[in-house]
Design a binder for this molecule. Structure first.
Ligand code: NAI
Length: 334
């Protein structure tokens, strides 16, 4: 009997890359458009496993329902797992796996793309030129060379972002509860406290996971401690930033520019076409009015290499689960 897998929140690119994954024998992949939550969990009917993404909600009630319908494996096709109640999963004897590192380069490179676009106003220049407006007024940026970047979280992605920024000739500061001294020495990166990083950086980039400790890491006090006019980039998780406080800091000019690939309330908005609807989220609507705010809809991971690796690791783990074998190293959370 093939293992039936209910895939939630799938898009055409997921289907394409999973259909071409090297190891799909013995798997019956059922692709669903909607997100997983308590109200949609019944659609996992007769599945032995579910495959979920960043905005599927795997709380205790949903996990309990999944377990009762016969699901034994929750395979996350992402790195972050803040949307899963792991304690509940363990109590329910549900196995949870993820893809810890499909392409840290994809996310780090998108971070730099956002920073360069924001700083050199490429998005605004592109729109102007298409309207045959060749004026340069309002497009002044600054040299990254010689400026200071602050990297919050020097894991896989933060390290690559730091190395790229060092390549631009930036001074790079970092903070992390688990500093990597030999990497820092090799790349001439200096670990400092979070307070020092916020006070000294011209550009701050967030690369720490979302945990109770990092929730609203960027808030009114930390924004007030930033250099006036500094830039903030977040490609990690939206809830690292208190959006209301960020809007106030933008209005006052305290923050010079903001680039976001993630947003505090992105669930139900990002990944979908809402162009013919009224935007109900007032904070997102306000953010979109600032000329110095650049937003992409959680696409930092979206490269061919990352999609292929996500599909390879996830299907391999699903097959291993079906065969009662050990999971790929470092992928099991519960
Ligand atoms: P990682 O686990 O390799 O590194 C995270 C680092 O953050 C670790 O070194 C950890 O010690 C550090 N950290 C933890 N708490 C901290 C704190 N309070 N202050 C500063 N640093 C702290 O994770 P990786 O692969 O680098 O990913 C980072 C985050 O990027 C993920 O948690 C995920 O939320 C996000 N992500 C976003 C994607 C996107 O498409 N926008 C795609 C993939 C990941």
């Amino acid at each position: 009997m093939p293992l039936r897998v209910a895939f939630f929140d799938t898009k055409p690119y997921d289907r394409e890359y999973f259909a071409h994954a090297p190891a799909t024998a013995g798997l019956d992949l059922r692709f669903l458009d909607h997100r997983l939550s308590e109200s949609t969990v019944a659609t996992a009917e007769s599945a032995g496993a579910v495959c979920c993404f960043v905005n599927d909600r795997l709380d205790r009630a949903t996990l309990t329902h999944l377990q009762q319908t016969g699901v034994r494996h929750v395979a996350l096709r992402c790195a972050g797992f803040n949307n899963v109640d792991l304690a509940a999963a363990k109590e329910l004897s549900l196995t949870v796996t993820r893809v810890p590192a499909y392409s840290p380069h994809a996310v780090a490179e998108h971070t730099i793309a956002l920073l360069l676009t924001l700083n050199r106003k490429i998005h605004r220049a592109h729109n102007r030129v298409r309207e045959q407006n060749f004026s340069l007024s309002g497009l002044v940026g600054f040299d990254l060379h010689g400026k200071t970047a602050g990297i919050v979280g020097t894991g896989k992605i933060g390290k690559i972002a730091a190395e790229i920024l060092r390549g631009f000739g930036m001074r790079v500061l970092a903070c992390d509860p688990f500093p990597d001294a030999s990497w820092a020495a090799q790349h001439r990166v200096s670990y400092v406290s979070k307070a020092e990083l916020f006070a000294a950086s011209d550009v701050i980039s967030l690369h720490s996971p979302l945990t109770p400790e990092t929730h609203h890491l960027v808030n009114e006090p930390s924004l007030a401690a930033m250099k006036r006019g500094a830039y903030l980039v977040n490609t990690s998780r939206g809830k690292l930033i208190d959006t209301a406080a960020l809007i106030e800091a933008l209005k006052s000019g305290r923050v010079g520019g903001v680039a976001l690939d993630v947003y505090e309330e992105e669930e139900g908005v990002f990944f979908e076409d809402h162009s013919d609807r009224v935007l109900a989220d007032d904070e997102l609507a306000r953010l979109l009015t600032f000329p110095n705010v650049l937003i992409t809809a959680h696409q930092a991971f979206l490269t061919r290499e990352a999609l292929a690796e996500i599909a390879r690791v996830t299907t391999e783990n699903l097959q291993r689960h079906a065969a009662g074998q050990k999971f790929l190293e470092g992928t099991q959370l519960a």
